[in-house]
Write a protein that binds this ligand. Structure first.
Ligand SMILES: *Cc1c(COP(=O)(O)O)cnc(C)c1O
Length: 494
């Protein structure tokens, strides 16, 4: 197996090279040249642990990794970084199943990939005899930054620097980052908003002189963003794992089809579900759930992707996004892998802010369904699920569940359905608490809110944030938005 670019069919590289490069020379994203079909293997995988299944699936894709290398990457992530040794949980609520992907070190599903991706990158560096140190550069609006820091801490030959808007993240998110351990980590607050931080980081990637300076000091820039194929592949695993768990629990029979509902932002998570389907997982519908930023709903219902609109800030901030980068990989598949068409569409998005796909591509979208939920519906859903089933969900998962209810009403489909649950309710505790009590708490700070949510629901605060306010603040950098290079130079001492 090798990897090709969505914008240039001729570019062919190994898996480890794709993981190091992240993005192709033509600006496209790397994809495997084909999807291995593992339908006939399902019967033998039913009793596999998460790590065994991870090995089976990843070994199909990490073609230039040895068995030992893959096993070591898995051992250093899924075997050690998750609470109780369980990587994912499936909870039955009424007639649907919540796939809880938030039991990792930072309480969001980003951990499913960011615990293993640093090890994949480190192995790739060694395989290619790259005698350089990698500097991971990331701008974050909260969750990605912490998950990347936690994943990359103390990984040899890699350093990581994270920029966040000083006044644009929650106090808990800020403290999660400022107390980050690991000698190779650096966290920097920026006077500016997330877009300022993001575009400043993009400028640094494109800054030839600065890259030359880094090169002279033996550093190579890279990113932990979800366009990296090393972040996408590990996400295929839990789609298979939840399906096999349903068989094991007697809820479905082998080869029965199921639906997945995925709260979607950058389109990485749901794309991994689509890849699983391409590999032979029996999937009926992939339901793409959006919040008030319903650009993907418009795309799936009309075939037009139009980012000429204002971004709305919602209570599900990880889905507040207008450019879903991984949609490019779906365009590649539904155009029957035509890199010319993908390049043209993405060019239009860059110049006009919109594109429309032709009919034959639209016809290839029939395994998708799309819905969106507004803020009131999210609040109401959290309240209802808690009152009726004594089950607590976060705002992103509530978007997904509400969209699923709309889907059921519209289609009368009663196929067994998995709701992909992406964050711990404690990560968004203020909105969750206000929803279940129908009260607002303007005088309580975020730590008091955590305690209150725990008191009201009788659920322990998850350990990664429980004693956060007792941890030592070790990162106190604050820079102007045009001073990122200074911050990097200080960190690297160059
Ligand atoms: C990142 C994130 C999402 C969106 O996932 P994508 O892969 O970007 O579509 C949804 N929910 C939570 C909690 C997230 O952190």
């Amino acid at each position: 197996m090798h990897y090709i670019s969505t914008r240039d069919n001729k570019e062919k590289i190994t898996c480890s090279q794709a993981i190091i490069k992240g993005i192709s020379n033509s600006g496209g994203l790397y994809v495997p040249n084909e999807f291995p079909n593992i339908e006939d293997d399902l019967i033998n995988l039913i009793n596999s642990t998460y790590s065994e299944l991870a090995y089976f699936i990843l070994s199909k894709f990490l073609s230039d990794f040895t068995e030992n290398e893959i096993r070591l990457c898995i051992k250093n992530s899924y075997d050690t970084k998750f609470s109780n040794g369980d990587v994912s949980f499936l909870k039955k609520v009424e007639n649907s199943f919540f796939l809880e992907l938030y039991h990792g070190p930072t309480l969001a599903f980003k951990d499913m990939a960011l615990t293993i991706m640093p090890h994949l990158l480190q192995t790739s560096i060694k395989k290619n005899n790259l005698n350089k140190e990698i500097l991971i550069l990331t701008a974050t609006s909260g969750d990605t930054g912490k998950a990347a820091l936690e994943g990359f801490k103390d990984i040899e030959n890699i350093k990581i620097i994270v920029f966040f808007p000083e006044d644009g993240v929650s106090p808990i998110q800020k403290l999660q980052m400022k107390t980050q351990e690991g000698k190779n980590t650096c966290v920097v607050g920026i006077n500016g908003n997330f877009d300022d931080a993001q575009s400043a980081v993009k400028n640094i990637f494109a800054d030839k002189d600065f890259n030359k300076l880094l090169d002279n000091n033996n550093y190579l820039l890279s990113s932990a963003n979800s366009i990296n194929i090393g972040r996408l592949l590990p996400q295929i695993i839990y789609y298979f794992h939840s399906y096999l768990k349903l068989i094991k629990d007697g809820e479905i029979k082998l080869f029965d089809k199921i639906n997945f509902v995925v709260p979607t932002g950058n389109f990485g998570n749901i794309l991994a579900g689509y890849y699983a389907k391409q590999m032979g997982l029996p999937v009926n519908k992939l339901i793409c759930a959006s919040n008030d930023n319903n650009i993907l709903y418009d795309f799936f219902t009309t075939g037009e992707y139009n980012k000429n609109r204002n971004l709305k800030l919602t209570t599900s901030p990880s889905m507040d996004i207008l450019i879903s980068s991984n949609l490019e990989r779906l365009l590649f598949e539904i155009s029957d892998r035509n890199s010319d068409i993908v390049s043209k569409l993405l060019d239009k998005l860059n110049t006009k802010g919109r594109y429309e796909i032709p009919e034959y591509m639209k016809a290839n979208l029939n395994c998708f369904y799309s819905e969106f939920s507004n803020e009131k519906e999210v609040e109401f859903t959290i309240n209802k699920i808690y009152k009726n089933f004594n089950y607590l969900i976060d705002t992103h998962t509530a978007v997904a569940y509400n969209c699923y209810e709309k889907y059921k009403n519209d289609t009368l489909d009663n196929t067994k359905t998995v709701i992909v649950s992406t964050a711990s309710p404690f990560k968004f505790s203020r909105d969750v608490l206000e929803s279940i009590t129908n009260t607002s708490y303007p005088t309580l700070n975020d730590f008091e809110i955590l305690n209150k949510l725990s008191e009201v629901t009788n659920i322990d605060i998850p350990s990664p944030i429980k004693n956060l306010n007792k941890k030592e603040v070790v990162h106190n950098n604050l820079f102007e938005k045009d001073e990122l290079k200074v911050a990097i130079k200080n960190f690297l001492k160059v």
